[in-house]
Design a protein around this ligand. Structure first.
Ligand code: C2E
Ligand code: MG
Ligand code: MG
Ligand code: MG
Length: 291
């Protein structure tokens, strides 16, 4: 089915003018070389717990240090990777590097779990849960120290296969989060059938949350629903103290966003959190000058 699906998507993108088939094939080939040459980089963004204002984990976000084009965000190369087998190589690389880095900060006394984003195609691949379990064993990482993030749209893929993969991953003790929650169409019913451990509310609902009554209503009900199903709730894209205060009040568990930290390379992050500045333990990193 891979070839067929690829062909359909290529036609769509060619018509949209976003890219043509030749361009995509080039990106895919180049990306394979990039992985071989170790040109991918992981940046980490902390997740902060409202309960005690401590870091609850780090999310790995991939970038491509392109020799000519500079540091590329995932939006520049993930779509091409997802159309081909390259995504499997990419995810394997990201998982290995993330588990190595997780072991690194654990050895330094910070046993934060690591979160890795995976694509629908990874979950649909036969044997993916066992593959991940093998990597955990290789790195002597307890399964609870890994969280896999899957977008809501990815969960809507081949529902049965994806649900089965999530069940297997959870049975192995690996955390699974539904990412970008709220922007898909079948949100509520999906949470009943796919046993995720965490819900991450999309940034779209979090921006201006302190001022937008509609987003407030949506976020309140997502928190209630998720808690009712035994899931933790993270708000993505928290950029202001006002939004953070509103979320804490509403009972949200964790927050991520530029207010706390941009994604950064992990040794830098560790350094800043181990040697807090006088402005507060979780003062923003890399923040533009205060107004
Ligand atoms: P995501 O998993 O929802 O990650 C959050 C994205 O929002 C990241 O963008 C992050 O840099 C950005 N972000 C975090 N806090 C804020 C904030 O306060 N304000 C704003 N405006 N943005 C914020 P990034 O790194 O460009 O990643 C985009 C997406 O690419 C990710 O969304 C994820 O779906 C995907 N992705 C990233 N790394 C990987 C990977 O290794 N594998 C796969 N399959 N997907 C990945
Ligand atoms: Mg994510
Ligand atoms: Mg997200
Ligand atoms: Mg997102």
């Amino acid at each position: 089915y891979q070839g067929k699906r690829g062909a359909v998507d290529v036609v769509l993108y060619a018509e949209g003018g976003v890219a043509n088939p030749t361009h995509w094939l080039m990106v895919q080939a180049e990306l394979r070389h990039a992985i071989d040459r170790d040109e991918l980089v992981l940046h980490y963004q902390p997740k902060v717990r409202f309960a005690d204002d401590e870091i609850g984990g780090l999310e790995a976000l991939v970038r491509w240090q392109h020799p000519q084009r500079g540091l590329l965000p995932p939006s520049e190369f993930l779509p091409a990777a997802e159309q081909s087998g390259v995504i499997e190589v990419l995810t394997a690389w990201v998982l290995r590097r993330a588990l190595e880095d997780q072991a690194g900060w654990t050895a330094l006394g910070q046993s934060w779990p690591v979160a890795v984003n995976v694509s629908a195609r990874n979950l649909e691949a036969p044997g993916f849960p066992q593959f991940v379990a093998g990597l955990l064993a290789e790195h002597s990482t307890p399964p609870g120290q890994l969280l896999l993030e899957v977008t809501e749209t990815a969960l809507a893929g081949d529902a049965e296969i994806v649900a089965r993969a999530v069940v297997e991953l959870r049975a192995l003790g690996i955390g699974v989060a539904v990412d970008d929650f709220g922007i898909g169409y079948t949100s509520l019913s999906q949470l009943r059938t796919v046993p995720v451990s965490e819900v991450k509310i999309d940034r779209l609902f979090v921006i201006d949350l302190d001022q937008d009554p509609q987003n407030q209503a949506i976020v309140r009900s997502v928190i209630e629903l998720a808690h009712g199903l035994g899931c933790r709730v993270t708000a993505e894209g928290v950029e202001t103290a006002q939004v953070s205060a509103w979320l804490a009040e509403a009972g949200c568990d964790d927050a991520q966003g530029y207010l706390y930290s941009r994604p950064v390379v992990w040794p830098h992050l560790l350094d800043l959190f181990l040697h807090p500045r006088s402005t507060g333990r979780h003062a923003a990193l890399d923040e533009p000058a205060a107004p």
